[in-house]
Design a protein around this ligand. Sequence first.
Ligand code: FAD
Length: 383
Amino acid sequence: MADETRILIAGGGVGGLALAQALRQGGLDVALYERDPSPEIRNQGYRIHIDLNGNAALRTCLPARVLDLVRRASGANSDLVAAYTHRLEQVMAQTFPGTPDDVITHVDRNAFRDGLLTGLSDVVHFGRTLSGYQITDSGRVRVEFAEGGGDVGDLLVGADGVRSAVRRQLLPHATVRDLGLRCVYGRMTINEATGALIPDDFDRGFCWVADDDGCGAAFGPVRFRSRPEGASDYLMTTLVATSKRLAIPDEELFTLDPEKLWKISAELVADWHPALRELFAHADAGTFFPIRIQAAEPVEAWKSGPVTLLGDAVHLMPPTGGAGANTALQDSATLAGELLSAARGEKSLIDAVAAYERVMLPRGFDAVGHSLRMAGQMFGRAF
Ligand SMILES: Cc1cc2nc3c(=O)[nH]c(=O)nc-3n(C[C@H](O)[C@H](O)[C@H](O)COP(=O)(O)OP(=O)(O)OC[C@H]3O[C@@H](n4cnc5c(N)ncnc54)[C@H](O)[C@@H]3O)c2cc1C
């Protein structure tokens, strides 16, 4: 691979930023283009579970200083995953005692993104929406931005998430399936009064509660190890319901304001155990927003070239396995390893991309399958 090889990344989410960190650390020329006008502009969501694969990938991708910042802004370690009925009867519990302090069990999305952005100010360009690309006569990739302008590189990595513009062009036949589940993501700030409302187990890790009528809720605390400025500790209070149970057409659901979504969430759990109702009643009304739960249909391997994909852009999965971000991080670590090997002259750029795709595709779609099976267990039907 030539010394002046330039890598373009579309999308500054979890996977794109981890990849940019790894390539930058390896001394490669990298430019990342992110649609959001600035890092502050969009609420990234709330708690993300980081598993051992995600931890290993972070250690591979991030310089020690950045990893340390990310760890310090993560949540104090959790040690429980449990499931309950809506009457608060425990049906499953798994404990993870003695997790070492240098392992991250969960992060807050905004704090995570801030950490991953550390030291990348000359690499990450906000307010650049990739609208398409062309392969040039010399086999390079020219990208265009909706805002105007473009760039040319030797490899384009589509890390542009669920509605990936890169995937649309590279794999026009790839489809994403609507699972008929809608998620209303919210949270409750933890202070002295609300902290007392949290059942003990719910303060220890990820807890899932489900009724028999197509409605569930995920709870998990983020008690920052070192609280970022302006942030507060919180309990994620996320409702997941079948479209049938929610009974609100998408055209309406996706226009509702946060307060209305909060009220709807509270109403949906009206016959749940009082301790659970309290958590929704005291949640922050302004923090609720809806998400459609979808999964990518498996795609066949394609002929490797100067454009590839990672993370949700290729193997979108429902959040039920807590694996989407972890798998995106693994993609970044694998791709970075291959590209750095090419940079050392051990293989060509295209061979590096092909080696990455041989690992990424089966691993990503295994994770999609696992997440779909988890959704089946949580909702008592196959997806
Ligand atoms: C409710 C919920 C809970 C979840 N919980 C977990 C969890 O606990 N653990 C876990 O591992 N995963 C979890 N996930 C999944 C996880 O959020 C995703 O899998 C992960 O964010 C994927 O990372 P990514 O980098 O591929 O995409 P993203 O993080 O979505 O990043 C894509 C980026 O691309 C940008 N972009 C989009 N289009 C363009 C364009 N045309 N040009 C430029 N930029 C563009 C977007 O603005 C965005 O910043 C959860 C998901 C949801 C919805």
